[in-house]
Design a protein around this ligand. Structure first.
Ligand SMILES: Cc1cc2nc3c(=O)[nH]c(=O)nc-3n(C[C@H](O)[C@H](O)[C@H](O)COP(=O)(O)O)c2cc1C
Ligand code: SF4
Length: 693
C-alpha cells in the first residue's frame, strides 16, 4: 500500500534546535508504571515506538533529585551515574530505530509524595500535599532555588551523557515550576515573585542554563500550559499566559503545549473527543517562531493534517495513541489506515501508573510485554503445526485470540451466538458516551477480513455436542460473563429481594438488553468502576428518577485511577441523578430500597419501583464445564481452555490480553514455573557504595 499524498506533510522532517526529527510524530512524555524500577522493560517499550515510526520518543517525568520522588507512582530518575546507564538503555533503543529521545526533567514541589526518599518536599509555600498525604511542603529560600538550578543543570548533563537529544524544562501540570508562574500561588516578594518578569525568571534561568549545559548537542524544550486555570471545556481562561509566553517565546527550541485541566487534556472518550485542545491553541503559533507540539488523542490522519495546515501545531503529539498503536506513524506512512489500532480513550494505561504497575492498554495487549515476554505489536511467530482452532464467543478475548491466531497462520473458526461481534464492548458501546469502545471490536473485525484462514460463524450458539462435532484440535471458550442480581458482602453473595420483588431487581445486562425499568429506580453500584454511573445515565436519559447508591465515599472509586472520577460525579449531579454514598442496598421489597450505612448500620428507606444491580459478574462458563466433564480416561480429543471474562471477569484490557496470550502460547512450551522474564536489580552485580554519613 502507498501513502496517501494528502498525508505527506506528516512525514516532513523538522528541525528542533540542533537536532532534526525525521517526521512530525512526537511521543510526548508519558509515564509507564515502569520508571526507574524496570529499565529494561521501559527501554524495549520506548524502542518499539521508535520502530513504529515516531520521530521523537520521550521519557516520563524524570526526577532531577531525590527530593522529588513520587512513589508509589513510578517515575524515571536522573540522580546519578547508574541512572545514566539505565536511561541510556532507552536512548539506545530509540536511536537504533532512527528516532530522537527526549528527557522530561521533573521537579514535583508540593505535588510530589517523597514517600520513598522521605525528604521534605520544597515549594514556594508550605501547602498540603496535592495527593492528600498528610504532609506539607517546606518553603524554598534563595539557597533552595540555587540548589534547584544546580540539580537541574546536573540532570541535564546526565541526560546528555545518557544520549538524550531533547531536554525538557517541565513548567506545567501543577509541579514546582508551574507554581512559580501562577500569580495566585507565587506571592514571593523577592525577584522570583510578583511581576510577570519575576514569576518567569526561574523558567528563563533554567532554559538558559540547560542550553548552556547541553545546548551544543541537545534541543531544549519547554512543557507549558496555554491557559491559566481550569474553566468550562473549550473556553480558555488565559490570565497572563499570553504575555508570559511572549516573554519567553523564542528562547527554547521547542514548545510542548498543554492545558490546565488534566481531565480535559487527558480526557476519557466518554467526556472528551479528539483534538479537544484546539480552542486553547489558537494563538500559540502566532507568538513563537519555534516549533510547537500539542496533544489531542489524535488517531485520524486527516485531523492531524488539518491541525498542521491550519497552524495549530507543527508536531502531532501523542501519549495514548502511541500506546494503543506504537506503529501508528508507520501505518499512515504505508497507507494501511485500516490497520490502525485506535485508542478508545479509557485511560486504563493511566490507571496502571496511578496504581504503580507496568503499563497496560485495552487496545494493545503487547504494551509493557515487549521485553519480559518478547511480544511485538505487529509481529507474531508463525504457527507450529497444522491444527485447527475453535473459539467460542466473539467478545474482546475471542476476537483477539482469533485475530492473533489467524496472524500466526492457524485455521481458526470463530463461533458467535449472536449476529454481531464484540460481546461486552458492543453492548457497552451503545451506552451514553461509550461509543469509542466499539473500536476494540472494529479493529479486530477489520483485521479478520484480511485473514482468509479465519472463518467467522454468526448466529452460531454452540452446545457441547456442536463443539465435539467440529473436531478441532484446540478449543477456547470465550463466552464472557453476566452481571449478577445479588451483591457481594465481602464474604458471600446475598440476594436483596425475595418473591415478587425479586422480579423487579434488574442487572446491568438487562439494561443493555433494552429491558428498562419503570418509576423511581435505584442503581446499586458495588462494582465501583464506570458502568454503574453509565447505567444510571442511561436510565436518566429514559426520563426515570434515578438514585445511584454506592458503599464507597464517592461514585466510581476505581475511576480515580483513570482520572475520570470527578467528571463522572459531576456529570451525574448535572443530570439530576441522586447520589447516596457510604450505603449498601440491604433489601428491596418492590416499593422501597432499604439502604444501610456502612459506618454503623443506620438504615434509611428510599422509594423505588425497581433496583438495578451493578455489583459482580458470574462467568458464563457452563459450556466449558460441560465439555471438561466429558473427558474420559484419555482426556479430550482437543485441548480446552477458557479465556477472558469466562475464566475470570475483569476489565476489557484483561480480556484482550488473555485472548492474545492464548494465541501466543498455543503450541509453545511455556514454563509454568517461570512464565515471565523478571526485570529487577540483579544483586550479583556490585552495589554502589553507601554514602558516608
Ligand atoms: C499513562 C500516561 C502517563 C502520563 N504521564 C505524563 C508524564 O509523566 N509527564 C507529562 O508531562 N505528561 C504525562 N501524561 C500526559 C500526556 O503527556 C498527554 O499530555 C496527555 O495524555 C494527552 O495526550 P494524548 O491525548 O495523546 O494521550 C501522561 C499521559 C498518560 C496517558
Ligand atoms: S489504555 Fe485505553 S486510553 Fe490508554 S492507550 Fe490504551 S486504549 Fe487508549
Amino acid at each position: 500500500m502507498a501513502r496517501d499524498p494528502r498525508h505527506d506533510i506528516l512525514f516532513e522532517p523538522l528541525r528542533i534546535g540542533p537536532v532534526t526529527a525525521r517526521n512530525r510524530f512526537y511521543q510526548v512524555p508519558h509515564c509507564t508504571g515502569m520508571g526507574w524500577q524496570y529499565p529494561r522493560m521501559l527501554a524495549a517499550m520506548r524502542g518499539m515506538k521508535a520502530e513504529g515510526g515516531w520521530a521523537v520518543v520521550c521519557t516520563e517525568y524524570n526526577s532531577i533529585h531525590p527530593s522529588s520522588d513520587d512513589l508509589p507512582h513510578p517515575y524515571a530518575s536522573l540522580w546519578d551515574d547508574s541512572d545514566v546507564r539505565a536511561n541510556a538503555l532507552m536512548t539506545e533503543a530509540v536511536h537504533d530505530h532512527g528516532a530522537l529521545a527526549g528527557a522530561e526533567l521533573w521537579y514535583g514541589g508540593a505535588s510530589a509524595n517523597n514517600l520513598y526518599s522521605r525528604l521534605p518536599t520544597m515549594d514556594i509555600r508550605s501547602v498540603p500535599n496535592a495527593k492528600g498525604h498528610p504532609v506539607q511542603s517546606r518553603v524554598m529560600d534563595k539557597t533552595d532555588i540555587r540548589n534547584l538550578r544546580r540539580w537541574h543543570r546536573q540532570a541535564a548533563l546526565r541526560a546528555r551523557q545518557a544520549g538524550f537529544d531533547i531536554v525538557y524544562v517541565y513548567a506545567t501540570h501543577t509541579y514546582l515550576l508551574a507554581n512559580f508562574l501562577n500569580p495566585r500561588i507565587n506571592t514571593r516578594s523577592d525577584e522570583y515573585g510578583g511581576s510577570l518578569e519575576n514569576r518567569t525568571r526561574l523558567i528563563r534561568e533554567l532554559i538558559e542554563e540547560t542550553q548552556d549545559a547541553v545546548g551544543d548537542r541537545c534541543a531544549v524544550a519547554v512543557r507549558f500550559s496555554a491557559d491559566a486555570e481550569i474553566g468550562e471545556d473549550g473556553r480558555p481562561i488565559l490570565g497572563d499566559r499570553r504575555e508570559m509566553f511572549e516573554m519567553l517565546a523564542n528562547l527554547p527550541d521547542l514548545w510542548d503545549i498543554n492545558i490546565a485541566d488534566y481531565s480535559l487534556e487527558m480526557g476519557v472518550s466518554r467526556f472528551v473527543k479528539e483534538a479537544a485542545l484546539e480552542p486553547y491553541m489558537a494563538w500559540v503559533k502566532t507568538v513563537t517562531d519555534k516549533p510547537v507540539v500539542t496533544v489531542g488523542r489524535f488517531t485520524s490522519p486527516d485531523t492531524m493534517v488539518s491541525q498542521i495546515r491550519r497552524g495549530i501545531t507543527d508536531f502531532i503529539g501523542a501519549a495514548r495513541p502511541s500506546i494503543a498503536d506504537p506503529f501508528l506513524p508507520r501505518k499512515i506512512e504505508e497507507g494501511d489506515l485500516s490497520a490502525i489500532r485506535e485508542c478508545i480513550g479509557c485511560n486504563v494505561c493511566y490507571a496502571s501508573d496511578s496504581i504503580g504497575v507496568p503499563l497496560r492498554c485495552t487496545q494493545n495487549p503487547t504494551m509493557g510485554e515487549e521485553w519480559r515476554q518478547g511480544w511485538h505489536p505487529e509481529i507474531i511467530p508463525a504457527r507450529t503445526g497444522d491444527e485447527r482452532v475453535l473459539i467460542v464467543g466473539a467478545g474482546p478475548a475471542g476476537l483477539e485470540a482469533a485475530r492473533a491466531l489467524g496472524a500466526r497462520g492457524y485455521a481458526v473458526m470463530l463461533a458467535e451466538a449472536g449476529r454481531e461481534l464484540g460481546g461486552r464492548v458492543r453492548r457497552e458501546a451503545a451506552l451514553p458516551g461509550m461509543s469509542e469502545y466499539i473500536r476494540v471490536r472494529d479493529y479486530r473485525e477489520q483485521q479478520l477480513l484480511g485473514l482468509p484462514n479465519v472463518e467467522v460463524f454468526r448466529d452460531s450458539r454452540m452446545g457441547a455436542d456442536d463443539v465435539f462435532a467440529v473436531e478441532a484440535d484446540h478449543v477456547a471458550i470465550a463466552t464472557g460473563a453476566r452481571w449478577r442480581a445479588d451483591r457481594f458482602d465481602g464474604e458471600t453473595y446475598v440476594p436483596v429481594a425475595e418473591g415478587a420483588a425479586a422480579g423487579r431487581v434488574l442487572t446491568a445486562d438487562d439494561i443493555m438488553d433494552g429491558r428498562l425499568p419503570e418509576g423511581p429506580v435505584v442503581v446499586f453500584d458495588g462494582d465501583g468502576y464506570y458502568l454503574g454511573g453509565v447505567i444510571a445515565e442511561r436510565l436518566r436519559a429514559a426520563g426515570l428518577p434515578v438514585t445511584l447508591v454506592t458503599p464507597a465515599d464517592g461514585v466510581s472509586p476505581w475511576a480515580s485511577y483513570t482520572s475520570e472520577r470527578a467528571r463522572i460525579q459531576t456529570r451525574l449531579v448535572a443530570l439530576g441523578i441522586g447520589i447516596e454514598t457510604g450505603r449498601v442496598l440491604a433489601r428491596f421489597d418492590g416499593r422501597a430500597a432499604l439502604l444501610e450505612c456502612v459506618y454503623g448500620g443506620a438504615e434509611r428507606s428510599l422509594a423505588a419501583e425497581h433496583v438495578v444491580m451493578v455489583t459482580a459478574r458470574r462467568p458464563a462458563d457452563a459450556l466449558f464445564h460441560e465439555i471438561a466433564g466429558r473427558a474420559g480416561a484419555e482426556g479430550l480429543p482437543f485441548t480446552l481452555a477458557r479465556i477472558g471474562d469466562c475464566e475470570a471477569p475483569a476489565i476489557i484490557a484483561a480480556a484482550v490480553h488473555a485472548g492474545h496470550r492464548y494465541a501466543r502460547e498455543l503450541g509453545r512450551a511455556v514454563d509454568p514455573d517461570r512464565p515471565l522474564r523478571h526485570d529487577r536489580v540483579d544483586v550479583a552485580a556490585p552495589a554502589p557504595e553507601a554514602a558516608a554519613r
